[in-house]
Design a protein around this ligand. Sequence first.
Ligand SMILES: [Zn+2]
Length: 201
Amino acid sequence: MMATTHALAGVAVASLVALGAPEQAAVALAAAFVGGLFPDLDLYAGHRKTLHFPVYYWPFALAAGALAVVSTGPATVALTCFLLAAALHSTMDVFGGGLELRPWRATSERAVYDHFVGRWRRPRRWVRYDGAPEDALLGALLAIPPLLVAGAPLRWLIGATVCLSVGYALVRRRVPAVTEHLVEFVPTTMTEYVPERFVEG
Ligand SMILES: [Zn+2]
């Protein structure tokens, strides 16, 4: 799934905060947005392994959530929503496609690395690949609850994120050709630093 879908999923869950603690809604949404993106910062360094923890984020998110219930404030709410969105992201990646350059070919058996059992979880492909039409649709649906509770600046951010998702989905299948073309310009001394999936055929 696209990083934007993960951000929107986190924000969708965080919009529940508006029901219990409306004054914390903005900080909850902002933290969940960042937390939903966070695991994909490992894109160039062990993607879906280094910052993806489909098991380990959850207990920390629950502990932070308990703390936020006992002591509700911007810091505890932000920490909870950040961890919850990162946990959701890591788990959701199991239901997307694999790690290959052209994930619609469905050749990869790697969805996300599970540090708990020490192996890769295989992709279920409920959303066939990142940037698939159903991925953009999912993101748009997830944007509805937060759009109902967000203030103006966050509403713009959420709207822009949906637009970005749709735009990426429209060009997604052209991305590998562009990537391969760009990799040709990488000096041979540097090619060992190019992630393997960017050079595979
Ligand atoms: Zn991811």
